[in-house]
Every structure is written in structure tokens, then in C-alpha cells.
Design a protein around this ligand. Structure first.
Ligand SMILES: *Cc1c(COP(=O)(O)O)cnc(C)c1O
Length: 381
């Protein structure tokens, strides 16, 4: 069988000379952290998303942790999320001792199903963490309506969806708070990094407090003298460095171009896979314009007469970096020990069994896409 000469990963950053120059310039400046690049980067993200405020964190998980703090999540609360996500979407509320309730996914979009969400609400529910899985926005209008009705806070996990649109509007202003991740495989990168955008000034203040040890310059502190400050709550050191922010500013300038390229490549995959028996390209909801963080197909093992694992292994042997996103979060030993059982979310579990992520990132060529599809077709016969 034809094998690629070099390994094609499922996702990868795109760093150019001007990105490198921006980081070097900051290395030579007086500020390596807590300097002017942070505010510039935050402004760039807030402007792009159309939000009033943005707060940068050391990574997306820390940003979600901060959002849970701002939302006042505590032990005894319940937080609802989807099982088809990276563990951080659930872990962030566990850090405060909250219980996670997993609501099953919609069988077409693979995002949280609003009907299942309503069924998961109890008097203890405090917040919802919906995820824009693969970059396709969740049904945020419906989710916000439900949240208003029950008095819940919505923290949208937009780790995949910076640059995606919902009903013609970019993700980032519909929820109470939205998280974007800047990990290298995400739409643009700061190596490690995360941002929360919000229109709420109270959340904004709390996010900043949590990021820096819970230290604030209060009126009382100001009266004491210039050196004085107060630690008013228990926070963390979750700061992003200026080196990362400088890279982020440079990368934000390329985001739209990267997203457009992802859309082209995804459209090419869909065109080439349209009539391939046993392989279902990802469904796109009419109100959603995906940012295409991931291109994940469904394999019908019965129709193909092969297991997902066989196909996965043969693709990997052909140097194609296929992946699987995601293992249902409550299947992990940590969550199993908390008492979650397999079978909890049948749609998610069935979806997981057939899922296969094909490589997709802006630097890929059309030729790469043709090769991936050719190898896949060859394997499945
Ligand atoms: C990447 C990711 C995160 C966490 O982001 P980090 O920056 O890696 O901490 C959270 N949720 C989802 C869905 C992700 O893909």
C-alpha cells in the first residue's frame, strides 16, 4: 500500500518568521511577564470576538478554572457538560468540588443536546459548560434560554471555535463567559495559553483576581502606602507571559486566513468522501459556520466489515496521523471512581465507537487531503 514519506499529524501550528521576530523583540524588552503585551493580546482577542473584556491565562484549562471561580461554583453544586470533550471541560468544576452531570449529545451535531440538558437540571445545578466540538458552535441561543429560565451561568468552552460563527455572529459574546485555547493544535497559538471573553464587568474583575493569587489593590491598601497590597481571596499564579502574548498578537493577525484555509480543506474532504460507503462526513447545522478545528468522520464498522481500530492502525502505518476525539470523559478511571457508569450517554458512546479524526490544519496542501482520502479508500477497499 502507498505510504506517505513524512508523517502527517492531525493538527499542527503554523509559525512564520514574523511570529518569531515578535517573540524575540519581547525577549529584548524590559517585560517578560506582566508587561504591555498581555493587554494588547487581550484587546486583540476581545475585538475579534466582539466582547467587552478578555482575560489571558497560562492555558485554556486555567482559564476555565478561572471562569468557574467567577461563576461562584462551589462544593454541592452541579455543573452540566458534554461527555464528548477534552477532560478539562469537566475538570474545571471538579477543582471546586462540584459534581459533574454529563448530558448526552445530539446525534447529528455531536454537541450537547438541549433536551438532554434540560433533563439534567436539578435544584443543585449552577452552571453549564457547553462545548463547540470540532469548531462547530453548539446551539447557544437555546442553551442561553434554558440557562435564563433556571438561573444558570453558561461557560462556553470555545477551545475549538475561535473564528467560528453561530447565526452569522462570531463565537464569544453569546454566553456569560467563553473560553478560547491557544494550544498549538488550536486555531492560533501562544504555545500554551487561554483566554476568557465576557461582557460582564464583575466576572472580568474576578477573573483578573483569580489569575494573580487573589491579590487586589483595594482602597484600604492604597491608604497604607504604595508598597501595600492585599490578598483578598485564594487565587493562583495563572499568568500568561509577555513572550506568549507577543506570539499571540502576531498569530491573531493570521487567524481569519487560517480559518478560511481550514474551511477549504474541510470542503475538499467532504467532496471526496461524499460517496464513500461506510464513511459519513461531519454534519453541519444550518445556523453554524464551523472553524473546523477537527475533521471527524463516522465509520460504520458493520458496513465496512472492519473495525475502527483496524482502519486507525493501517492509516497510522501509512504515516497518516489519524486520531480519535474524544473518549467519553466519564469512562476515565478518575470519573469511574466517582461512580459514573458506562451506558450513561448512549448517543455519545455509539458515536465514539465509530469516530475517526482525519488530519486538518491550515498548512496542509490539497494534495495532502487527496492522499489521506486515497489511503483511506484503499484500506476500506
Ligand atoms: C484544548 C482544550 C481545552 C484545554 O485547553 P488547554 O489550553 O490545552 O488547557 C479545553 N477544552 C477543550 C474542548 C479543548 O480541546
Amino acid at each position: 500500500m502507498n505510504k506517505r514519506q513524512s508523517f502527517l499529524p492531525y493538527g499542527q501550528q503554523w509559525i512564520e518568521e514574523d511570529d518569531i521576530a515578535a517573540v524575540i523583540e519581547t525577549l529584548k524588552s524590559p517585560y517578560l511577564t506582566t508587561g504591555p503585551k498581555i493587554a494588547q493580546f487581550e484587546q486583540a482577542v476581545a475585538d475579534y470576538a466582539g466582547a467587552a473584556y478578555a482575560v489571558a491565562f497560562a492555558n485554556g484549562t486555567a482559564a476555565l478554572h478561572g471562569a468557574c471561580y467567577a461563576a461562584g461554583i462551589a462544593e454541592g453544586d452541579e455543573v452540566i457538560t458534554t461527555p464528548i470533550t477534552f477532560a478539562a471541560s469537566a475538570n474545571c468544576a471538579r477543582y471546586f468540588g462540584a459534581s459533574i452531570v454529563f448530558a448526552d449529545i445530539d446525534e447529528k451535531t455531536y454537541n450537547i443536546d438541549p433536551d438532554q440538558l434540560i433533563r439534567s437540571i436539578s435544584p443543585k445545578t449552577k452552571a453549564i459548560v457547553p462545548v463547540d466540538f470540532t469548531g462547530q458552535p453548539c446551539d447557544i441561543d437555546t442553551i442561553m434560554d434554558i440557562a435564563k429560565r433556571y438561573g444558570l451561568v453558561v461557560i462556553q468552552d470555545g477551545a475549538h471555535s475561535l473564528g467560528a460563527e453561530y447565526k452569522g455572529k462570531r463565537v464569544g459574546t453569546q454566553a456569560d463567559m467563553t473560553m478560547f485555547s491557544f494550544h498549538p493544535v488550536k486555531p492560533v497559538t501562544t504555545a500554551e495559553g487561554g483566554v476568557i471573553v465576557t461582557d460582564n464587568p464583575e466576572y472580568y474583575e474576578k477573573l483578573k483576581l483569580f489569575r494573580t493569587h487573589g491579590i487586589a489593590t483595594t482602597t484600604y491598601a492604597k491608604e497604607q502606602g504604595d508598597w501595600y497590597y492585599e490578598m483578598v481571596d485564594l487565587g493562583f499564579n495563572y499568568r500568561m507571559t509577555d513572550l506568549q502574548a507577543a506570539l499571540g498578537i502576531s498569530q491573531m493577525g493570521k487567524l481569519q486566513q487560517f480559518i478560511e484555509r481550514r474551511r477549504e480543506l474541510a470542503a475538499l474532504y467532504t467532496k471526496l468522501l461524499r460517496n464513500v460507503r461506510g464513511v459519513t462526513p461531519p454534519y453541519q447545522a444550518p445556523e453554524a459556520l464551523s472553524g473546523w478545528h477537527l475533521y471527524s468522520v463516522q465509520l460504520n464498522e458493520q458496513e465496512l466489515g472492519m473495525s475502527r481500530k483496524q482502519i486507525f492502525d493501517q492509516m497510522r502505518s501509512a504515516n497518516i496521523g489519524v486520531h480519535v476525539h474524544y473518549i467519553p470523559v466519564y469512562w476515565f478511571p478518575y470519573y469511574q471512581r466517582l461512580g459514573y457508569e458506562k451506558g450513561l450517554c448512549p448517543v455519545a458512546e455509539k458515536w465514539y465507537e465509530g469516530a475517526l479524526t482525519l488530519p486538518l490544519y491550515p498548512k496542509m496542501t490539497d494534495q495532502d487531503v487527496h492522499e489521506v482520502v486515497a489511503v483511506l479508500k484503499n484500506i476500506i477497499g
